[in-house]
Design a protein around this ligand. Sequence first.
Ligand code: GLC
Length: 623
Amino acid sequence: MPASQDQTLFDLRWARSERDLLSALSGLYDDVPALAERLRDLLHQRWQERPAALKALDLARDITPDWFLSAKNIGYVLYVDRFAETLKGVAQKLDYLEEMGATYLHFMPCLKPRPAPNDGGYSVMDYRAIDPRLGTMQDLEDVATAMRARGMSLCIDLVLNHTAKEHAWAEKARKGDPKYQAYYWMFDTGVEPAAYEESLVEIFPADAPGNFTFYPDVGKWVWTTFNEHQWDLNWSNPDVFVEIVDVMLTLANRGVEALRLDAVAFMWKRLGTNCQNQPEVHDILQALRAATRIAAPALIHKAEAIVAPRDLVPYLGQGRHAGREANLAYHNNLMVQFWSSLASRNTTLMTHVLATHFPESFRHACWATYIRCHDDIGWAITEEDGGAIPGVSGPGHRNFLADFYAGKFPGTFARGAIFQENAATGDRRNSGTFASLAGLEAARESGNADEMDMAVQRMLMGHALICSFGGLPLLYMGDEVGLLNDLGYAEVPEHAHDNRWLHRPRMDWAAVAAARSGTGPEARLFAGVKHIIRRRKAVPHLAADAPTRIVSLGNDALFGFLRLSDEGTLLGVFNFMENWVSLSGERLRSLGITTFRDVLGEGDVPLHADAIAVAPYGRLWLV
Ligand code: GLC
């Protein structure tokens, strides 16, 4: 591209996003004109360094900015080492990922972490280097290039809320450099920390209680929301903003197409609050988005905020942030409600929560839909929502779910564990793989073929749900072959204290080979997942920009939604019970569904006595 044209593009994109950038910055910092100057220089420099192939991708994304909303997209989440040892190893596995239909690969934390323990890589000491166990920056660039050639986008984690205490900034802060001390939250006495603690919650109460740590060598208290080794960055300092923008663009210039912005809810602190989801967080996210849209428009942002519904929706841009914030955000509520309905065989709460708190669509943004990820399941069910359902209470239901998925509730099909019991609040979360929580582990123990089949059907229903609900579905490594809980984590010294490693098993390639050729439950699961993915890609109604309207199907075991697409309406039906359930023809017709063609099962569903029968854990995509 001739230099003048290059400059024109930059100027046009600056003009396009300037207002989004400056209006957000003015909610955060003083002297915005000077900051804007600094940023413009930085963006321009990184834009000039951007490789030609990526500049071409920028143009393509300018033309189809909503590419990630297409039903053709499927996400796959993997730990580089646990999947293929190294980045080079992952490059060798792209055929497999293509077979799974993946178009978006999220490599779990791969930037250089502090030596273990490092919170599964979320304690980063160098944002510009790759974890040496996995390879080099060149390897990352190579795998990104190979992926791009196959139409796959690379997503990596960027931890925004904190750095490792061994990060160069933290090291300098520790040595007393005031510039870098201002990058963190450091206090001379315990008075301010104590004042903040009054309204803060603990994230890892069992093994990292409290939110502050005193360092006698520095003579200061440091804000450490998560673990002691993770120092919270001070985003009220504009230098932190500029540094992180630089990091984002540097990574984007290596071929990263999506950044998973970790723990964003915590980025702004305000005395007297729980210091989560503060309004300024949304300004920061808008400003970051505007900045990368100028200098690396191909990059999209995924926000990780695992919070209650009211606080979650704004991360996809509401009000003045609409269409300007994260492109993707984790729908943790869909995930929680899936597990809740599965345990109770009742979808009333799920229907209520998803219909009440969530808009039907977003502007230039959508959910990342998932059933399992590398984290625990926190039962984000409010007192208010629980209380809205007869016979249910928030705390009672949360307790039931924690017991059910720890394998403690009488008659449960699940095998899992309690994660981080909070003695003070009674809060309990759960760990466990999709397959173990869905009953495959228990069924394998008993050897009961019917139970095995039920477990497979539960998992396939979950996959069909995230592939049709509206959003970018994320398949978590190993869930396509039903990997069970990995009890071996307890033997690994740096993992033993954190039972989230229960559901981070190594990829089992022998299991994949067996699933390919066998006939057992894993083979049925594997074939079923591939079928669902194939069908999703073929049904344009499922594009994420088609609004999702939650509907009641008149039967407590069934969950349903309409996808109101330009192609016509699709009704998704999901049976959360191990029995056949009847769905009335009258109800279907009232929702505008008259022909009962199931585009997932690829057949017509027969009507008997003006009702259709939905199989145990059945799922239908009716058009
Ligand atoms: C995010 C990650 C989680 C990590 C935390 C702190 O929530 O998903 O694994 O422990 O951030 O970085």
